[in-house]
Design a protein around this ligand. Structure first.
Ligand code: SF4
Ligand code: F3S
Length: 104
């Protein structure tokens, strides 16, 4: 499966949702997640994210993010249409420690 990771927080560009063939993105207040039970591993979303926040779960250090994706995919609403990103998205792109800004 692919996983949405920390740099999505407060960037939330939403380019990813438009390309997913199985519509498996779910939307929180300031981040999206992928439902690992629905993702078919096609990989098309990874290069679409301007924040490079989407990674394959083959990277072992992403286990905590995989767990977060799995948890919130069952709680948040499905999202399939891109909207405007936050006005300050660019200011947050690449900022370290954004996990502290996560809004469940
Ligand atoms: Fe959707 Fe493919 Fe990305 Fe999985 S890898 S979330 S199926 S676009
Ligand atoms: Fe987040 Fe990137 Fe999608 S910033 S909303 S994973 S395009």
């Amino acid at each position: 499966t692919y996983v949405v990771t920390e740099n999505c927080i407060k960037c939330k560009y939403m380019d990813c949702v438009e390309v997913c063939p199985v519509d498996c993105f779910y939307e929180g207040e300031n981040m999206l997640v992928i439902n690992p039970d629905e993702c078919i591993d096609c990989g098309v979303c990874e290069p679409e994210c301007p924040a490079e926040a989407i990674k394959p779960d083959t990277e072992p250090e992403l286990d905590a993010w995989l767990a977060l994706n799995a948890q919130y995919a069952t709680q948040w609403p499905n999202v399939t249409a891109k909207r405007e990103p936050p006005a300050d998205a660019k200011d947050w792109d690449g900022i370290a420690g954004k996990k502290a800004q996560f809004s469940p």
